[in-house]
Structures are given as C-alpha cells and as structure tokens.
Design a protein around this ligand. Sequence first.
Ligand code: PHE
Ligand code: ZN
Length: 868
Amino acid sequence: MNEHKKIQLKDYRPFEFIVDHVDLIFDIRDDHTRVTSKLKMRKDPARANETTPLVLNKGTFDIVSVVAGDMVLLPSEYKSDDETFSLLATPDLFELEITNILKPDENTALEGLYRSGNILCTQCEAQGFRNITPYPDRPDVMAPFSCTIVADKARYPVLLSNGNLVKSGDLDNNRHFAVWEDPFKKPCYLFALVAGDLAVLKDQFTTASGRDVALNIYSEKEDIALCSHAMTSLKQAMAWDEKRFGREYDLDLYQIVAINDFNAGAMENKGLNIFNAKYVLADPQTATDDDFMGIQGVIAHEYFHNWTGNRVTLKNWFQLSLKEGLTVFRDQEFSSDMNSRPVKRIRVVKNLMAAQFPEDSGPMTHPVRPDSYIKMDNFYTMTVYEKGAEVIRMIYQLLGQDLFRKGMDLYFEKFDGMAVTLEDFVGVMAKVSGRNLDQFFLWYTQSGTPAVSMTRQYDENTEILSLTFTQTTSPDRNQSEKKPFHIPVRISLINRAGETVKQDALYELTKETDTFKFDNVPADTYPSVFREFTAPVRLTTDFSDQDLAFLMARDTDPFNQWHAAQTLFVNEIKNLVTAIQANKPMTVSSGLVKAFSLALENREKDRAFLSKALTLPLETEIKNHFKIIDVEAIHQARTFLKQTLAKKLASELKTVYEICRSANPDDISGAAMADRSLKNLCLSYLGCLVNKDIQDLVQKQFETAGNMTDEFAAFKILSHMNPDVRDEACHAFYDKWQTRTLVIDKWFSVQAQSSLEDTLDQVKKLTAHKDFTMANPNKVRALIFAFAMNNPMHFHRADGRGYEFVAERILALDKINHQTAARLCSCFNLWKRYDGNRQVMMKKQLETMAGQKELSRNLYEIVSRALE
Ligand code: PHE
Ligand code: ZN
C-alpha cells in the first residue's frame, strides 16, 4: 500500500491568480468528447511582476493543444502529468486555451463527464472538474462561465448547462449547438452539463418581487409522468425560502435532471441540479411514503443551496459543513413546516444516533470541520452533514428565531459572491446577538460525542429541585484531551398529572459540571430535559423504568416521549442480552408491555408520531449501547421482545391495524401517510408471530395493496417468514415490477436484509442477476450496502463468510467506482468492538485490502484509518 499525501487545513494558501472568465466548448462525438477551455486570467495584483508558476489541477487525460495569448505552445513549453498542468511563468494578464479529449463512455467512476444510459452528464463536486479540463479546482476560485455544447441532434436533442440559454441553432451533418451563460461567478464544482434525449415537465414560479422563473424537470422519456411530486416540492421550497429566510431565486430558469447512475443523492449545480433519479421519480404505485418525503427533502435541499453554498460558497473544502450543515438545517426546517414537526425531529435524531454517533466513535471520527483529508470525497459524512446541522440548530436555539434570522441576513449581505469560512458564519451570529461564541466554536473543531449525565436532587423542606449535568468526551485520534463544550439544554418541569409546572426555558452547560436549581417545586415533579434534542449528546439520567414509562406517556414534548420509549426498549433489550449471555430464561417486564399497550390505546393521537414511538430500535442502533457487540444476542433479544409484545397485544394490534386501513391508497396527505405508518407497524409486529391467519393477512395486503407503501411493507414481512414464502413473494414482486428499475432496487434490498438462514447465498446469487450491476451505485447500495450495513446477523456471520464476500466486492468495486467502494468499506470501521474471533476476521479482510497493489486513494484512506 503506497502512502498518499494528506491535505491539511493549516496549509491553506490563496490561489496566486484570478480567473476573470471561463469559456468552455464541448464537441460531443460518438466515441469521445473534445473539450476546449478558454481562460482569461490575471495574476493576483499583490504578485504583479513576480515570477509565479501557474499550476492547474488536471485529470489523467491527454492534452491536444495549448495556446497562450496568440502563441501555440510546444509540449516542451508546458508541463503536464496525471495530476497537474503547469506553466513556469506567465504575464500579469493572459489568455490560455487548452484542448483535450475525454472518453465519457469509459468513465465508470461517475465523476467528471460520464455517460448514464443515453445521457451524457457531469459531476464535479468535490474535485471532478479537473477530470474535464485543467483548472484551479478549488472552491475559492470563482468565475463567470459560458458553455457551448455541440452534438448530434438526433442523439442529443437536449443540451443543457448552467445559467441562461443565450443562443442555439443547427449545424451541418445533423448536428446542433447551444450556448449557455451563467452570469453569477461560481467555483468550478458547481459547473454542470447534460446532453441527451430527454423529456421535460415544465412549470413556472413567480417570485415575491414578481419575477417569473421557468421550472424544467428533465427525465428519460418513459419516466416523465413521475416528475410531478418533485415539481410540487420545488415550488414549495421556493415559496418557503422567501417566507422563512427572505431568499428569492436569482436566475430566470431552474432546471433539474434525473439520472440513473449517480454517486450521491443530488447535486446543486447553479441553475442545473443533477439528481439521482431516486430523488425525483415517484408515484404512489411505485414509491413509498418515505420515498415521497425523501424527494421533498432533497429537492428542497438542493434548491436551498442556491444561497447557502452557491451565492455564498466555501473558502476551502474543510469548510464543507458551512454549506452542508446549514443547508441540512434549512431542509429539516422546511420538512418540519410541510409535515409533522415532532415526527421530522424524531427521524433526524434517530438517524443521527444510528449513524453519526458510531462514526464519531470509530476510526473515521473527525470534527465537523476536519483538519485533514486524503480524498475529500470521504468527508461527505454524517458528521459534516447531520452533526453540522445540529450545530446550526444549537446556534438557532441560543439566539432564538429572530436573531438567527438577523444573523442569516447579515451573512448574505456581507458575503454574497464570496468564498468564506465557518468563522465568518459564527462571526455574524456573534455580532447580531452580542454573544461570545468562542467556546461554542469547539463544536466545529473538536470531534466526539459528549456523554452528558443528569441527576436529580430534591429537598422536600425547601422544595428545591436541583439538576446536575456532567459532561465528558472521550479522547480520540484528533484530540488527546477534550475541553468542555458549550451545550444548550431546554428544560421544562411536569407534574404527575402531566401538567407544566415550569415553562420550557433554555439553560447552558459550559463546564464539566453545571447545576441548575428550581424553587417552589412540588414533590413528584419530573424534569423534561434536552427537549427536542437541544444538543447532539449521549444522555444518561437517573430515571427509573417507571419514570421513563411516565415520560413516555406524559412528557409534554413529543420528542422526549419518543426518547423515553426508546430508552425503555433499549433497557429491556440490555436485560435480555444479559440473560442470554448468562444462559438464563428471557422475560419481558410487565411494565413495558403495559406502557406499550397504553400508548396503543391512545391511537387518536398523532398516528405518525405513535408509529415512531412504538418502533423498536434497530439492531444497528442497539449495538451502540454496548461496549462489546454481541451480534447474536442482540438479534435474539430484539426478536424475543418483538414477539412477546406481538403475542401479548395481538388483539389490540389487530384492532389498530383495522382502524388505520381506511386511507385512500393514492392519498399522500400527512394524515393518510400517518395511518399507513401505524397500520404497517402493527402488521410488522403481528408478522413476527408464526401463525397461519397472520400470514394470510400479510399475504392479502401484499397482493391487494393499492400503493407501494403497503405492498412493500407486506413484502418485507414476508421476506423474513420462511424461504418458500419469501421466494414466492420475490417472484410475484419481480414479475410485477421488472421494468421499473427503482422498484427493482427495493426488491434487491429486501432480499439482502432478510433474516433467513440462506441470505448470504441468496445475495451472492443476486450479484449475478441480469438486473444487477456493480456499475450502478443504486444497485450496489440496494444489494451490497443493504447486506453489509443493515443485516448485522448475516454480515457478521460467525464463519466470516459475510466479511469475505463484502471485502471481495469492495475490491471489485474499487476498480469501477472508488468513491462508492470507499463508502462501502466503512462497514468494517467498528471492527474493534466485536468479539475476539470477529475482530480477527474483520481485521484480516482490512489487511487483505491494504495489501493490494492498486488501491484507489479513496479506499486507501478508509482502510488505513481503520487499521491505525
Ligand atoms: N453537494 C451535494 C449535496 O449535498 C452532495 C454531493 C457531494 C453530490 C458530492 C455529489 C458529489 O446536496
Ligand atoms: Zn448539500
């Protein structure tokens, strides 16, 4: 394994040149594309008359010609290798024209210019633009771009780039061209181009100040009927950003293109978003309610980047959370306003705890602003995105809505058109509030999840309740000693009757230990702390299971009700695991069964909330509560708890199932989705009982469902029952949906996550299925990621065959798509947390990978950190 260079924040230097204009020409041919880039450049005035070499980033393509001013340069007059293009010296002001040839059909990494089916498209973030043409590929170099595309008119009737279409027309030989101009200066990671035979859905939006914006969503022709939900979501997002943040759209045209082969979810290229088709295409027949919500959220996220990311961009990639954390916060707020706020909050926090907390406790742990990277692609993480959004949310809590908005206004006013840093952002927030946020800034520079414990002391004579909070953060590879964080805590007091004794207010922890005292507190008062999850910490309290059952029923914050329920479940599962490990019989406490049945009786409450509150934590979440992860015991304990609840409450579950069945199958209103989620939760409990009637009930829902939410929910349950039932359901589902690639992804993922004994062999077989390909990231995620990340029982098989299989796939994928291979490899990250045998086997796979001669830099970084 070769060593690769680390890029460090402390080495940041501004670029020595200014790019005044970029003019790109793409001449698209059947087997190649010729790119000509004309750069108008100038030396930074501070360096005038100095001899400064010009060094541009460059991919592995060959240069065809270089013209500087009017001079054609000889190859000896410039230097070009696989990483850089350079000129030893330049005048202060100059023009440079570079031509090179690309082979998009051979580009399986899906970065730079590549083919997806019949469409040619680009992906430039983070550092893909250098694979298109030599350029200062860094976010702090901003320039206006124009882009001319020339292609065959029959094969590529639609030619798109950023900004406005200024000219188009026909050429000889059935070819045509389009010229696009983007008036806004931008870094090259926001450049985009699309050419293909696409259908378009058109609509229009009038901004608050009365400007008309044309909205175009493009997809493959057969999918265009599936774009209307995306369009509705886009218009909702545009209206919301005006209302909530006073931000209007700035061009006359907003375009979105759905692409089948895409490494990420979507990309915010200026005026031309490129999306993974999964986040555009939906109808109730083929997409679940969760898919609909996902589309709404991602469409909004990319739209919001127009201000947070594009108009104000990043000084360097270390500041990634400046755009991502902030934009995730904005899309979360949008989704909360469009749907149920508490349910959105629960989803977000569940995801954070399930995926970011473990990331922050393993070899990939890094601060929200990392100090170094080998490949930036590896830092599009849960920490930068989701924890980054929590950090913004804490600022929002500390300042309050009005001051936060003032801070945002000032941020846009001061930094529009600039490339800035997290200090700049926190600086405006400090300025408008008059607060010192220096200690708060540790959230950006110090890694790890703080553990906060809360204990109560009550004095009956004085009626004073004291709450003592202690915070500790474990040392890690980034800092050997951690300073205390500035942690906001929202607290309210509640009496036995569930009434508020003291209104919700914000408190702040700044020391290792902080105590807050409340007077005139009657006995039997409960504190409700960290309401709405005010900070991304692991909380432990002195609450007993009875206390938690009370809070689950009566906390005045629905988020905390959910959190109490989850803690109860986890406690119960921990007890069961202890029993299993001690070879003792398993029993479920009657208190838990009672709390569960009480909640179920309360079904007139928000049903979406209820279905979240009654969902057991996943095995992958439960594992985070153990020092040493006992995969089998956790699986057995959770299954036992689920079956026990189902057995004891079967008739109640059936009643609720029936009550929630009335929703119209194509209704995607909040209420209809809520009914379906509670109904399908009840069915999933019932489905773990081995019982002919139940099997018939699930089968019936599977066969007669009027939408994908219900069909898929039943399909999942059947996939765990037994091999015959699973196989029959798989055949039926495949026959029905084989022409719909996004639905076939669901078909792969259900099989990959089955708990049945032969799952690994099934998954191996499926890798040879005609609809499976390692070249399509959605397929790899549906089958291989789903198996490696969401099927712990089978990935962590005691015989090590799960590890072997996945490691072999990672190496195969690394030759095709290094970004996705590196992401997949994180399934080995927590190897030190498993039992001795598994540790040895996982480590061996990591070492085998490390021993490969030709490992991509992406995969190298993940593997070497895991082995450090
Ligand atoms: N910037 C994109 C987003 O957050 C994500 C992305 C990163 C897409 C890198 C592609 C490549 O919306
Ligand atoms: Zn983003």
